[in-house]
Design a binder for this molecule. Structure first.
Ligand SMILES: Cc1cc2nc3c(=O)[nH]c(=O)nc-3n(C[C@H](O)[C@H](O)[C@H](O)COP(=O)(O)OP(=O)(O)OC[C@H]3O[C@@H](n4cnc5c(N)ncnc54)[C@H](O)[C@@H]3O)c2cc1C
Length: 378
């Protein structure tokens, strides 16, 4: 392919990667008046930002990221109207089946970050908010209005179109970047130059700056999940749902005094689930499809297969707390995201003017725009 060299002042900023992190940085850079080029290797977004639940899961984040999550959510809600995609601020209910679940949730509320607007619901109050919840053994739940659902399949293409149309961002697909020698970027679409380069390549860790990734301890998380057909009769789930296993997964609950006892109980009753990193969320997108997942396995190289037995473990646990009218599965898939165990992101500067922004783990949709605001200079 002939390579085009755009010398000098074509662009102020080059963003490599058209997932949500690249989009968030392009959004904030262009808002601050810079000319932005975004290079995406695929013909359309298909990375983690499309493979996910689409949940802005504010409540699960560690306290120091709470404001970042709220700022990200506010951006999503504003962009939905501008770019033309759906964002449903349905909230969530964290369900409690027994005193240990309830203890963790109530302890969370006592120390919840400023601005948290949720509150405890007694078991009898829950069916009015969500008919999917099973009542056996239910003692109550934590209602939170902050959690919001988007659909990456819809939102990502719309955001990229909006960036081109309204912000003049030059978005190039089929433009895999093979080398960065700041200020120069070598791609399948040509060689470009800019003083600032953001590298947001998600799970692609071997081509650009592999030594930075190796030193960081980054790994890849493989997840299994599915969605059903559109639920019949316009049925709506309302709030997204989860139960005890989820409280072991999210950092928000790490400081709750009852958590070790909850973990000990699950180690006895759900050892297999824990061994496969399973915690279960149930959400619904704007199309009416119910979304269910997921597993978590960590490795730099994963087998590419879906494991039926793991889907069964997810379904079994889901069945203990919720059901949807039509559980038939329409699509199952494997998703993959980059993560550094114990850390919430990777920000690195391998060359002058170059910033790697990666490893947002299972929270990239929840934290991307807020992180971009913090990273991009005024
Ligand atoms: C199954 C699953 C469920 C999840 N659920 C949620 C959730 O509910 N809520 C939440 O907040 N987060 C969730 N996440 C996490 C979230 O999806 C990720 O944190 C986020 O999408 C990462 O965004 P990214 O832009 O870093 O990566 P990606 O979306 O993977 O984007 C990276 C992009 O870079 C491109 N690229 C790579 N190499 C090159 C190159 N050399 N040149 C040009 N382009 C390149 C890729 O093609 C890709 O489009 C989930 C993830 C998965 C997999």
């Amino acid at each position: 392919m002939p390579q085009q060299v755009l010398k000098g002042g074509g662009y102020d900023v080059i963003v490599i990667g058209g997932g949500i992190m690249g989009i968030a940085l392009a959004t904030v850079e262009s808002e601050r008046g810079r000319r932005v080029l975004l290079l995406e290797r695929e013909e359309r977004p298909v990375g983690a930002s499309v493979q996910n639940f689409g949940l802005l899961w504010c409540l699960g984040q560690p306290a120091h990221l709470w404001k970042r999550a709220l700022r990200t959510r506010a951006r999503w809600l504003a962009l939905a109207g501008k770019a033309g995609f759906q964002a449903a601020a349905n909230g969530s209910i964290h369900l409690a089946h027994g005193d240990l679940d309830a203890g963790v949730l109530k302890e969370f509320v006592e120390t919840a970050p400023e601005g948290f607007e949720g509150h405890w619901l007694e078991a009898g109050e829950i069916p009015a908010r969500c008919t999917a919840v099973r009542r056996d053994g239910l003692v109550g739940g934590l209602w939170s209005p902050h959690e919001t659902t988007v659909d990456g399949r819809e939102a990502l293409p719309r955001l990229l179109e909006w960036l081109q149309r309204e912000r003049g961002v030059d978005v190039r697909f089929d433009a895999a970047v093979s080398r960065v020698e700041a200020p120069e970027v070598v791609s399948a679409a040509g060689i470009f130059r800019a003083d600032r380069i953001h590298v947001c390549t998600g799970t692609e860790l071997r081509i650009l700056f592999p030594e930075v990734y190796r030193a960081s301890g980054i790994t890849k998380t493989k997840l299994q999940m599915w969605r059903t057909h559109r639920q019949p009769g316009g049925w709506r789930l309302g709030p997204s749902l989860c139960a005890g296993l989820t409280y072991l997964h999210y950092a928000a609950f790490a400081g709750c005094p009852s958590l070790p006892a909850l973990r000990a109980r699950y180690e006895q009753t759900h050892a297999e689930h824990l061994a496969h990193g399973i915690h279960v969320l149930l959400a619904q997108n704007a199309l009416g499809e119910a979304i269910v997942g997921d597993t978590h396995h960590y490795s730099l190289t994963h087998d590419p297969f879906l494991h039926d037995d793991l889907d069964r473990l997810i379904a079994d646990y889901l069945g203990t707390f919720a059901s949807v009218p039509d559980p038939r599965v329409a699509q199952r898939w494997v998703g993959m995201y980059a993560k550094i165990p114990g850390k919430t992101d990777l920000i690195a500067h391998p060359q002058p003017g170059v910033t790697i922004v990666n490893a947002l783990g299972g929270a990239g949709m929840t934290l991307s725009f807020g992180l971009a605001e913090e990273l991009v200079p005024e």
